[in-house]
Design a binder for this molecule. Sequence first.
Ligand SMILES: Cc1cc2nc3c(=O)[nH]c(=O)nc-3n(C[C@H](O)[C@H](O)[C@H](O)COP(=O)(O)O)c2cc1C
Length: 171
Amino acid sequence: MRVLVVVASKHGSTVGIGEAIADVLRSRGIEAGVFRAGAAPPPARFGAVVLGSAVYTGHWMPEATDWAELHADALRARPVWMFSSGPVGDPPLPAGDAAVDLGDLPGRLRALDHRVFPGRLERHRLGFVERALMTAVHAAEGDFRDWPAVDAWAQGIADELARVHGYAEET
Ligand SMILES: Cc1cc2nc3c(=O)[nH]c(=O)nc-3n(C[C@H](O)[C@H](O)[C@H](O)COP(=O)(O)O)c2cc1C
């Protein structure tokens, strides 16, 4: 079983979440490759897909939705998990599913789950306009990525692949 992990990220923090998910899958004997959505291969040679994006002004980055639309038929034919990374602060805001509007994409891809994870917002990584926007909305600064939550979610994916999709761990 090979799992394709596709991420869209502007400032790198969502790539880190994708890498952490792939690390968990590999620790369970599952091959996993992480690709940026703009350079990701088609799903054809992979048994399952994890697709995630950073959230900007309430939406996924276009490269993630473009990749999903382009490969929608292939994605519907295999298990797909989706995640978003965005909310910042303690507690992370916006809370829960209010962080992102994915429209009917999860339904159309028949995604098994969509999870919102907290993100990272560090002023020195932002451009001038982004910094001004963050100041205007009083956004909290820092790295709020929740590694135990990411780890647990990825373990759940490995469990599901083993249980439902007949994948046997080699450990
Ligand atoms: C201009 C701007 C707009 C943002 N809008 C949202 C938003 O609508 N919802 C949200 O949850 N996070 C929002 N964020 C926070 C980012 O999603 C968060 O910083 C994320 O971790 C960035 O991921 P990246 O480093 O992979 O690009 C915004 C950040 C910036 C700079």
